[in-house]
Design a binder for this molecule. Structure first.
Ligand code: DMJ
Length: 635
């Protein structure tokens, strides 16, 4: 019998360089027998080597780490109810970015092919020939040969994003690179849309909103809100396949004959507005029929003593009512449904829609209780008077009143002077009562007034204002409106740039005290971001009217931060709770329909170099970013 050491020697010799006969016999044995023949020391050595190899392999493969961090966590399960706490925790982690230092190492470590990046070259002919079937895309898509954005596993572009302002200027005078950059940014928006749509399609198809973390959905009205809100965005982005499947759903599945309470304002701007604009872009009468159906079902809201509509309508029963706790409606809500109902009258020849909404405007025009053209936030549906007087804001509950004054005037061919007068008066009211400057940077902001006291509080919602002011200036209103728009645009951008995630909170408070070291404070309850569009919307208007590339660059930064902090790997984007914590932004598990209806659409239009892609001389956007035609002068 061989001693253990001798056996070791023999075995090793066999495995490494044994004779032909010996190795043949060796191969014939089963693996198990081979294993059994090894000494304990040999087995330990082999196991140790294998373990070392495994550990090294993991260490040099960041893609594997990323994979395990959550990219595939949860697999393709479509049932939110069967989830485990552990899965959710992993998924929460999966939308978080690595700390910056780790990210740097990640880029340096290992050869490029080990890094899990998707590198693509935009194929312009493919885009032109197969994908871009929107009516106005031909010019926007020229010359993208040089476009080589590198996209991380989260979809964030990680090289072009480094482009400095200097880079922007360098390429300004060279059509090729500038157009290539435009195309790569447009493609990044299409990619973001497809990612959001994938989540909606996989987990929320036909429902109101995607809950991307739990891979389920939420219902508000039960009318496929996200799908309808996204229709014209798909058309504009040239996403033909996605549009076709959504159209199919609207044609075959969407029914408004439902015993359900809907909010008049929300269903007007998202559903009626979305259907009308899609009808205009496509010429498809099916969308007009659906628009007529929902429009007429919303009309019972106007059956009130004052003709100021109730907030809620049951579209199946034909009944309407105010919220349970009050007989008031919100001023912004009753004055931001006019573009849609006026257009419905024009298309159907039935004046009842426009008469109902114009009556509201006429009453509000005459009402006491305004301060320098600024309106209170509530109006009573019984007596038609403002309530809760003395509080003035350009934010929630009043915002789109101002927006629709200007836009109705534009829609109607700029002949309705009362609307223009009220708009101009309100802008002066803002300047006199609500404008202020922050310390230390002197950012111009719009605060609020409460019973004579100024509060330096500004909602992100107010960031619609730079765009609206610029639109007015485009239509010949005073040039200082554009100057104010530029200042406010800078402020809205800073509401993003000064946050740790580069994403704006819902509300900020500006510092005005001498000696303040930072301009913006955020209260704990206000740190959330709902993927709102207002800043991107205004960036779009500012770029269209000034052609200043810094607005595109700011938008580009914001898009990348949405990708870094709100993108859910399995599909969709999520609202987050905390824009101040890049290590844990705390996802809310909800993708609002306006992210597809507005935010991504405005990103696309911002990055497009084609002024005819939804020309602002032909269309006016409703407050949910659905373009409606400006009427020919005669109408
Ligand atoms: C949208 O529904 C509309 O833009 C509305 O005017 C305000 N709120 C959301 C987006 O923030």
């Amino acid at each position: 019998m061989l001693s253990p050491s001798r056996r070791d020697f023999v075995s090793l010799t066999l495995s490494e360089s044994g004779s032909y006969t010996n190795s043949k016999q060796w191969r014939r044995r089963s693996c198990w027998r081979k294993w059994k023949q090894l000494s304990r020391l040999q087995r330990s050595l082999i196991l140790l080597t294998l373990m070392l190899l495994l550990v090294c392999g993991i260490a040099i493969s960041p893609s594997l780490i990323e994979h395990w961090r959550g990219d595939t966590v949860g697999g393709n399960r479509n049932d939110g109810k069967q989830r485990f706490v552990g899965d959710l925790k992993n998924e929460y982690r999966s939308i978080l970015p690595e700390p910056p230092s780790e990210r740097k190492d990640y880029r340096r470590r290992g050869p490029p092919f080990l890094q899990n990046r998707l590198q693509f070259k935009t194929n312009i002919s493919a885009l032109m020939g197969e994908e871009n079937h929107g009516p106005d895309l031909k010019n926007a898509d020229k010359g993208s040969e040089g476009g080589k954005p590198i996209i991380s596993w989260r979809g964030a572009v990680i090289e072009e994003e480094q482009a400095s302002d200097t880079d922007t200027k360098d390429t300004e005078n060279q059509d090729g690179p500038a157009l290539a950059r435009a195309e790569s940014r447009l493609e990044a928006v299409r990619e973001a849309f497809r990612h959001a749509w994938k989540g909606y399609k996989d987990f929320a198809w036909g429902h109101d909103e995607l809950k991307p973390i739990s891979k389920s959905y939420g219902e508000w009205f039960g009318l496929g809100l996200t799908l309808i809100d996204a229709l014209d965005t798909m058309w504009i982005l040239g996403l033909k396949e996605e549009f076709a499947e959504a159209r199919e759903w609207v044609a075959k599945e969407l029914s408004f004959d439902k015993n359900v309470d809907v909010n008049l304002f929300e269903s007007t701007i998202r559903i009626l507005g979305g259907l009308l604009s899609t009808y205009h872009l496509t010429g498809d009468l099916m969308f007009l029929d659906k628009a007529k159906d929902i429009g007429s079902r919303l009309m019972p809201a106007f059956n009130t003593a004052s003709k100021i509509p109730y907030s809620d309508v049951n579209i199946g029963k034909g009944t309407a009512h105010p919220p349970r706790w009050t007989s008031d409606s919100t001023v912004a809500e009753v004055t931001s449904i006019q573009l849609e109902f006026r257009e419905l009258s024009r298309l159907t020849g039935d004046t009842k829609y426009k008469l109902a909404v114009m009556e509201v405007m006429q009453q509000v025009h005459k009402l006491d209780g305004k301060q320098d053209g600024l309106v209170p936030m509530f109006i009573n549906t019984n007596n038609g008077l403002f309530t809760h007087q003395g509080i003035y804001t350009l934010g929630a509950r009043a915002d789109s009143y101002y927006e629709y004054l200007l836009k109705q005037w534009i829609q109607g061919g700029r002949t309705e002077n009362e609307l223009l007068d009220d708009y101009l008066l309100a802008v002066e009211g803002v300047k006199k009562n609500l404008l202020n400057k922050s310390v230390p940077q002197g950012l111009t902001f719009v605060g609020e007034m409460s019973h004579g006291h100024f509060s330096p509080k500004m909602d992100h919602l107010v960031c619609f204002l730079p765009g609206t002011l610029a639109l007015g200036a485009h239509y010949g209103l005073p040039a200082d409106h554009l100057e104010l728009a530029k200042q406010l645009m800078e402020t809205c951008y800073q509401m993003y740039a000064q946050m740790e995630t580069g994403l704006s909170p819902e509300i900020v408070h500006f510092n005005m005290h001498e000696g303040s070291t930072k301009d913006v404070d955020v209260k704990i309850a206000d740190r959330h971001n709902l993927l709102r569009p207002e800043t991107v919307e205004s960036l779009f208007y500012m770029y269209r009217f000034t052609q200043d590339k810094k607005y595109q660059q700011w938008g580009w930064e914001i898009l990348q931060n949405f990708n870094k902090y709100t993108r859910v790997p399995t599909g969709g984007y999520t609202s987050i709770n905390n824009v101040c914590d890049p290590a844990y932004p705390s996802p809310r598990d909800k993708m609002e329909s306006f992210f597809l209806g507005e935010t991504l659409k405005y990103f696309y239009l911002l990055f497009s170099e084609d002024p005819d892609l939804i020309s602002l001389d032909k269309y006016v956007f409703n407050t949910e970013a659905h373009p409606l035609p400006i009427w020919p002068q005669a109408e």
